[in-house]
Design a protein. Structure first.
Length: 462
């Protein structure tokens, strides 16, 4: 049963978009980091410039430094309306000379200056830059600490503006990947669609090889389809041959029935009627046997899996041999010498289908009885060799003559003695049953004369 899963096109598109998204995400992260770093550098440069401008504006008044906040320094820092500016100047002792806000800074001289700090004050984040200024007058020398700062809003705004092109590139990348992916997938799957169309356009009885150009990736699929068509063609040809042979085999007994009944209808002699009825009865039995063999052959052809029943082969062989011995004693004059030999010392368990093994042994015994003269010794022998049971039917009749054992195992193939009743299906059925049970069938002539037909079956697993 065919179960439809996720579309191949959807899976390919998903993997393509997943790859493009992963790559785009990495690029976005890198772009965001780069934009934030560049904005930081730009605004840190403003803080440095403002601090230097502030330092240039400090003058001496007598022995005391006078701090004047230049407007240029504030203009440098107030780039946007939302930005807030901080400045502070402290003497060497840490006393504040001037400051517009009370931010947590290091007021005195510190060995880490110049320094950069990011601090919080009243819920607002500030970026601060502090540097030390050595100031010398005519009669005095001192060291001042200058701190300049601004809020982070401007930095964030600049980073966002720098990051916007990267976002646009990411969106374009995804859209381009999706569009190219659709085109590429459609082009890639085109050979599959052409192959599907060719298969859909074939007739139901067309089992010829495929005539199509396919890429290397689906060449194994095309080769598998060709192999399937070859097997189907062989199966169809075999079915047609089987049907033709079966029709031919059934035609003979039906013609005999018609001739016998016609002869009886044209005569008023009861003796002729009796002879015709006897012929009709024998022909009907032969036709029934042939129909049964045809049914077995068809059943074996469609169900090649053996059953899982445990069968005692010795008991089965003894039962079938006894049935045939009773029939032989009533029909033959002189009767065949039919016997059974069990050369085993233990059980002979096999796994399979009981009716099939019974049919196989019946066919072997019937074949030996039909194709050997009355009075011939026929022996059913059960033995074991290398964990394989050999169920053989041995006779001391005329043997195979010039017939090939391989040819005799084919369906509707008979030996040279075609005067004897038969359809040529018996040994073919035996061979099919042996193969279905994991065994084999052998047919050969004995050196002492006669024929030996063996059904070889593996011992059942414990």
């Amino acid at each position: 049963m065919i179960r439809i899963t996720t579309s191949l096109r959807a899976r390919l598109m998903l993997w393509l978009l997943a790859g493009a998204t992963a790559l785009g995400t990495i690029l976005l992260i890198e772009a965001h980091i780069s934009a934030t770093r560049n904005a930081q550098r730009a605004y840190d440069a403003q803080l440095t410039a403002a601090a230097l401008t502030m330092a240039d504006a400090i003058r001496w008044a007598g022995d005391e430094p006078v701090v004047t906040v230049p407007a240029a320094a504030l203009r440098i820092l107030s780039g946007t309306a939302e930005a807030r500016v901080y400045y502070g100047v402290f003497d060497q002792a840490g006393q504040r000379l001037t400051a517009n806000l009370d931010l947590p800074v290091e007021p005195g001289s510190h060995p880490t200056l110049p320094a950069w700090r990011t601090v919080s004050h009243d819920g607002t984040r500030w970026r601060l830059h502090g540097r030390q200024l050595d100031l010398a007058g005519w009669s005095a020398h001192t060291s001042l600490t200058i701190w300049m700062g601004q809020t982070l809003g401007g930095r964030r705004a600049l980073a966002a503006r720098l990051f916007e092109p990267a976002v646009m590139r990411f969106v374009i990348l995804i859209l381009a990947a999706g569009g190219l992916g659709l085109v590429a997938i459609a082009s890639t799957l085109a050979p599959v669609r052409r192959l599907r169309d060719r298969l859909a356009a074939r007739r139901a009885d067309d089992f010829s090889a495929l005539d199509a150009r396919v890429p290397g990736e689906i060449a194994p699929l095309a080769a598998t389809l060709d192999s399937l068509f070859t097997r189907q063609r062989a199966a169809r040809d075999s079915l047609l041959r089987f049907t033709a042979d079966a029709s031919h085999q059934l035609k003979t007994p039906l013609a005999g029935l018609a001739n016998a009944s016609e002869a009886a209808l044209e005569s008023d002699d009861p003796a002729v009627w009796h002879a015709a009825l006897a012929r009709i009865h024998a022909t009907a039995q032969h036709a029934g046997r042939l129909a049964g063999q045809l049914l077995h052959m068809a059943r074996l052809s469609h169900d090649t899996t053996p059953g899982d029943e445990s069968i005692e082969l010795a008991t089965l062989a003894e039962q079938i041999t006894r049935e045939h011995a009773e029939q032989v004693a009533l029909c033959d004059s002189p009767p065949h010498e039919l016997s059974y030999i069990n050369a085993l010392t233990g059980p002979a368990a096999v796994t399979g289908t009981r009716w099939a093994l019974q049919e196989a042994l019946r066919n072997l015994i019937d074949n030996a009885l039909v194709h050997t003269p009355a009075g011939t010794a026929v022996t059913v022998r059960l033995s074991e060799r290398d964990a394989v049971f050999w169920l053989c039917v041995i006779d001391d009749g005329p043997g195979l003559a010039s017939a090939s054992p391989q040819a005799l195992r084919a369906a509707f193939r008979r030996g040279e003695n075609t005067e004897q009743p038969g359809s040529g299906l018996g040994l073919a059925i035996v061979s099919s049953i042996a193969e279905a049970h994991g065994g084999s069938f052998s047919l050969d002539e004995r050196a002492a004369g006669g024929c030996r037909a063996c059904l070889c079956l593996p011992r059942a697993r414990p």
